[in-house]
Write a protein that binds this ligand. Structure first.
Ligand SMILES: Nc1ncnc2c1ncn2[C@@H]1O[C@H](COP(=O)(O)OP(=O)(O)OP(=O)(O)O)[C@@H](O)[C@H]1O
Length: 767
C-alpha cells in the first residue's frame, strides 16, 4: 500500500466516523468524436497543460510554469469503469445511510463533461444512482434494518425554480428549514418505495420530465440540476415508553453543467437557462470558497451565501452541515474545454478543504399511550393463544388415546415402510422373472436354430456336436425355467404378504380414523354441553324475566281491581250514606280493610290501658255459660252479629260490678242491645253475661238511663201503644234499621232489625 492509498484509507475511515472533509474525486471522461487529443494521467495526479503557454508570441505567459498540479482523493481516468467509480466514492457510505447519517453524492463539472453519465449512466453502463439504490435495498433486507421505510422524491432546479419531477403539475416548490430534519422541500411528491425497481421506475418518470435540450457541447444537455432524495426512517424500540426514530436523507445530485456561451453557442431560452445554471453554480462556487476559507482560517459560524440560489439552499446540509458528502468533479481532456476544466479543478480543490460533521440522526419519541394499549392487547392475545397451545400440548401428553394414536401411527409407518420394501423386492424379482423369460426364449431360439442346422447337415459328427449343444441349451433352459418357477412361487407369496400388509395398514388407518372421529365427536359433545349450559342459563334468565313481568302485570291488575273495588265501594257507600241520619245520631259508616275483609278497627286513642284486640272478630259468637240458654243467643245466627271473643287482662277481668236483672236480660231478645253507649271516659270492665265492655261510669249511667227507658216504656204502654212494634232506641236517640251507630269503644253497633235487602247489598260490596 503506497502513501496515497494509505491516506485514502485513513480519509475513508474518518468519513465513516462522521467528522471529515468532503470526499472529492475527479473523473476524466474519454474524448468524444469531436475532441482529438487526450492526456494520460496517473492514478492520483492530474496534470493540466495550458496550450497557450507554449506560444512564443505570448510574452506574459512565456516564462510561466507549464503545468498545474492538483491532488484529490481519487482521480479516475477515461478507462475507469462505472463500477470502480461507484465502489470508491459511494458504496462504503451506504450502510451509514441506514444507520442515520445524511449522505450526499453530487457531480460537478462543465457541460458535457460526463456528470449525467457518472450519476445515472446508460442502459449498458449504469451509474452511481441505480447501483447505490440497489445496494441500499439489499442492505435493508438485513434483520437490523428490517423495519426501514423509504420515501423518494425527485426534483429539478430549472431557471431557479424547484420543480417536482414526479408529477405533471408545473408548480414551483419552496424550501423549508426544519431543526430536526434539516432542509425540506415543501409540497413535494413523496412516494413510499420498497424495492429498487420502484425507485428506478420513478427515476425513469422523472428523467422524462427533466428539462434537457441539445446544445453544441452536449447532444442531450441537462438544462437543470436534478436531485433524487430518499428519506429513510426506521424505528427502534428503546426501554420504557420511548422509541428511537432513526432518520436520514440520501441525496443524489446531478448538476447541470457550467457553460460558456461561446462554447455552447446558446441563444434565446438556452442562453437564459445557461445564465441561471451559471448563476447557481457560481453561488455554489462561492459557498465552497467561503466554507473552505472559513475552514482554513478556523472561523466559527462564518457567513456562507447559501440563500443566494435554490441549489445552494438545497445543498446547505450537504456542504456545510450534518452530512457525509462526496463530490465527483467531471472534467474533459479536450483542449477547447481547458478553462472549464481548470475552473472545475480549482473549485474541487477548494471543496477538499470543506469539513462536515455528520451526526447520527436519532430522535427519541414518546410512544403514545394508545400504542401501548394496542401493544398490551396484542400481547394479551398472544398470551392467550400460547396458553391454549400449552393446554393442547398438555392434553396431548395426558391423553392416552392420542398416545395410542401416536404408537399406532408409528406402527402404521413401519408397516408402510415394510410394504415399500417388499414392493421394491417384488419389483426386482419381477424384473428377474422377465429376464429369465427372455433367457428361456433365447435358449429356445438357439435350440430351434441348432435343430435347423442339424437337419441340414449330413455330417454325423457335426450332427452329434449340434445335438450336444442342443441338449446343453435345453438343460440351461430347464435350469432357468426351474429358477423362474421358484421365483414365481416367491412372487405369489409376496403378493399374499403384500395384501396382508395392505390390510394391516388399512386397519391401522381405520382405527386412527376412528380415533380421530372419536376425538372430534368428544369435542363436539363438549361443545354441545357448554352450549346447553349456556342455553339453560339463558332460559333461566328468560323465565325470571317473564315471571317478573307477570308479577308486574298482576300487581297492576290487582291495583286496578283494588282501585275499581274502592271506587265501587265508595259509590255504594255514598248511596248508603244517603240514608238520612236522625238528629243526634252519628253518621253510619263502613270500613274496608285490606280491600276484602269487613273489619272494624278499634279506636285506641287515649285507651292504651285497654288490652283489647285491634280488630273485632266477626262471626265468632261468644256464648257465656250463663247466656247459653237465653233466647238472645239462640236467635243470633246472623254472622254479622259479633261478640268480643277475647279474654281480657286480669285487672279488667274482675267480675262486673253490675249485673242486670234476669228480667232485663230476657227482654233484650237481640232486637237491640243497649251497648251503643256513648259513655265518655271511665274505667272499662266486662259485662260477663253479655260479653260486652262496660265501664264504671257507664254502668252508673246505664242504671240511670235504664230507669228512663222503663219510664218511657211505661208511658208508651200507658198511651195504648203496646201493640206497636218497638223501635230500637237508646235514651233519646232512636236507631233505625240498617243503621250503624259509632261508639268510641265498640266501633260499630248494628241494629239487628236491618232489612235483608240492605244486608245483602252491604255484603255484596264486601266481596
Ligand atoms: N466516462 C465516460 N465514458 C464514456 N462516455 C462518456 C463518459 N463520460 C461522458 N461520456 C459521454 O459524454 C457525453 C456527455 O456526457 P453527459 O451527458 O453525462 O455530460 P453532462 O456533464 O451531464 O452534460 P450536461 O451538463 O450538459 O448535462 C455523453 O454522450 C456521454 O455518453
Amino acid at each position: 500500500m503506497n502513501q496515497f492509498e494509505k491516506e485514502t484509507k485513513q480519509f475513508i475511515d474518518e468519513l465513516k466516523n462522521g467528522v471529515s472533509n468532503i470526499l472529492v474525486a475527479i473523473r476524466v471522461r474519454p474524448l468524444s468524436q469531436k475532441e482529438k487529443n487526450y492526456q494520460n494521467f496517473g492514478n492520483k495526479m492530474i496534470v493540466l497543460l495550458d496550450p497557450d503557454s507554449e506560444r512564443e508570441d505570448d510574452l506574459l505567459k512565456k516564462n510561466r510554469l507549464k503545468e498545474t498540479s492538483f491532488a484529490f482523493d481519487f482521480v479516475f481516468d477515461k478507462w475507469a469503469p462505472q463500477q470502480i467509480i461507484y465502489e470508491n466514492t459511494t458504496e462504503f457510505l451506504l450502510e451509514g445511510v441506514l444507520e442515520g447519517y445524511n449522505t450526499t453524492v453530487f457531480c460537478y463539472g462543465a457541460t458535457g463533461s460526463g456528470k449525467t453519465f457518472t450519476m445515472i449512466g446508460t442502459q449498458q453502463e449504469v451509474g452511481i444512482m441505480p447501483r447505490a439504490l440497489q445496494q441500499l435495498f439489499n442492505f435493508s433486507i438485513q434483520d437490523r434494518f428490517k423495519d426501514t421505510q423509504f420515501k423518494a422524491c425527485y426534483v429539478e432546479i430549472y431557471n431557479e425554480n424547484i420543480r417536482d419531477l414526479l408529477t405533471s403539475e408545473d408548480k414551483n416548490l419552496e424550501t423549508r428549514e426544519d431543526k430536526n430534519s434539516g432542509i425540506q422541500i415543501a409540497g413535494v411528491t413523496e412516494v413510499e418505495v420498497r424495492t429498487v425497481s420502484e425507485v428506478l421506475a420513478l427515476l425513469k418518470v422523472g428523467n422524462k420530465n427533466r428539462s434537457k435540450e441539445a446544445t453544441d457541447a452536449n447532444k442531450e444537455s441537462s438544462r437543470s440540476h436534478a436531485i433524487l432524495q430518499l428519506q429513510i426512517e426506521s424505528k427502534e424500540r428503546a426501554t420504557g415508553i420511548q422509541e428511537q426514530i432513526i432518520q436520514s436523507k440520501f441525496s443524489l445530485v446531478d448538476l447541470a453543467g457550467s457553460e460558456r456561451a461561446a462554447n455552447t453557442n446558446n441563444k434565446g431560452q438556452r442562453m437564459i437557462e445557461g445564465a441561471n445554471i451559471n448563476k447557481s453554480l457560481l453561488v455554489l462556487g462561492n459557498c465552497i470558497q467561503s466554507l473552505s476559507e472559513a475552514n482554513e482560517k478556523g472561523v466559527k459560524n462564518p457567513f456562507i451565501p447559501f440563500r443566494n440560489s435554490k441549489l445552494t439552499r438545497l445543498l446547505k446540509d450537504s456542504l456545510g452541515g450534518n452530512c457525509r458528502t462526496v463530490m465527483i468533479s467531471n472534467v474533459t481532456p479536450a483542449v477547447n474545454c481547458f478553462e472549464e476544466t481548470y475552473n472545475t479543478l480549482v473549485y474541487a480543490n477548494r471543496a477538499k478543504n470543506i469539513k462536515t460533521i455528520a451526526n447520527r440522526n436519532v430522535l427519541m419519541a414518546q410512544n403514545h399511550i394508545s400504542n401501548y394499549a394496542q401493544l398490551i392487547q396484542n400481547l394479551r392475545q398472544e398470551n392467550e393463544e400460547l396458553k391454549l397451545l400449552i393446554q393442547q400440548q398438555q392434553y396431548n401428553l395426558n391423553n392416552p388415546q392420542l398416545m395410542v394414536n401416536k404408537v399406532q401411527n408409528n406402527r402404521s409407518l413401519n408397516w408402510n415402510l415394510l410394504f415399500i420394501k417388499m414392493l421394491k423386492i417384488s419389483y426386482k424379482q419381477k424384473i428377474q422373472f422377465y429376464e429369465m423369460e427372455e433367457q428361456q426364449n433365447h435358449f429356445q431360439q438357439n435350440i430351434g436354430f441348432l435343430q435347423f442346422q442339424k437337419g441340414r447337415t449330413q455330417d454325423k459328427f457335426e450332427q452329434m456336436r449340434l445335438q450336444e449343444r442342443m441338449d446343453n441349451a435345453k438343460n440351461q433352459k430347464a435350469i432357468v425355467k426351474r429358477s423362474q418357477d421358484d421365483l414365481e412361487q416367491h412372487l405369489v407369496e409376496y403378493e399374499v404378504q403384500k395384501v396382508d400388509i395392505q390390510k394391516q395398514v388399512q386397519q391401522i388407518q381405520d382405527s386412527n380414523y376412528k380415533n380421530c372421529l372419536y376425538g372430534i365427536m368428544k369435542q363436539g359433545e363438549f361443545k354441545i354441553e357448554t352450549i346447553e349450559i349456556k342455553i339453560q342459563e339463558k332460559k333461566r334468565k328468560y323465565q325470571e324475566q317473564i315471571q317478573d313481568e307477570q308479577v308486574k302485570q298482576l300487581r297492576t291488575q290487582i291495583n286496578k281491581q283494588q282501585a275499581k273495588i274502592i271506587q265501587g265501594t265508595k259509590q255504594k257507600l255514598n248511596v248508603l250514606k244517603k240514608v238520612p241520619s236522625l238528629p243526634g245520631v252519628d253518621s253510619p259508616y263502613y270500613q274496608l280493610q285490606n280491600g276484602q275483609n269487613y273489619g272494624i278497627q278499634r279506636y285506641q286513642k287515649n285507651k292504651s290501658h285497654l288490652k283489647l284486640p285491634p280488630v273485632v272478630q266477626l262471626a265468632q259468637v261468644y256464648k257465656s255459660p250463663k247466656a247459653q240458654n237465653t233466647s238472645l243467643t239462640n236467635k243470633i245466627d246472623d254472622p254479622m252479629k259479633y261478640r268480643i271473643s277475647q279474654k281480657y287482662s286480669s285487672r279488667l277481668n274482675r267480675p262486673p260490678s253490675y249485673h242486670p236483672p234476669s228480667s232485663q236480660r230476657k227482654s233484650a231478645k237481640g232486637r237491640y242491645i243497649n251497648r251503643s253507649l256513648d259513655l265518655g271516659s271511665g274505667r272499662d270492665c266486662i259485662n260477663k253475661s253479655s260479653g260486652e265492655i262496660q265501664n264504671e261510669i257507664s254502668l252508673q249511667k246505664l242504671h240511670r238511663l235504664r230507669k228512663e227507658y222503663q219510664q218511657q216504656r211505661f208511658e208508651k204502654a200507658m198511651n195504648n201503644k203496646s201493640n206497636q212494634k218497638s223501635q230500637p232506641s237508646f235514651g233519646s236517640k232512636i236507631l233505625l234499621p240498617g243503621m250503624i251507630h259509632k261508639s268510641p269503644y265498640l266501633k260499630n253497633f248494628q241494629n239487628n232489625n236491618e232489612p235483608i235487602e240492605l244486608k245483602k247489598q252491604r255484603l255484596k260490596c264486601l266481596i
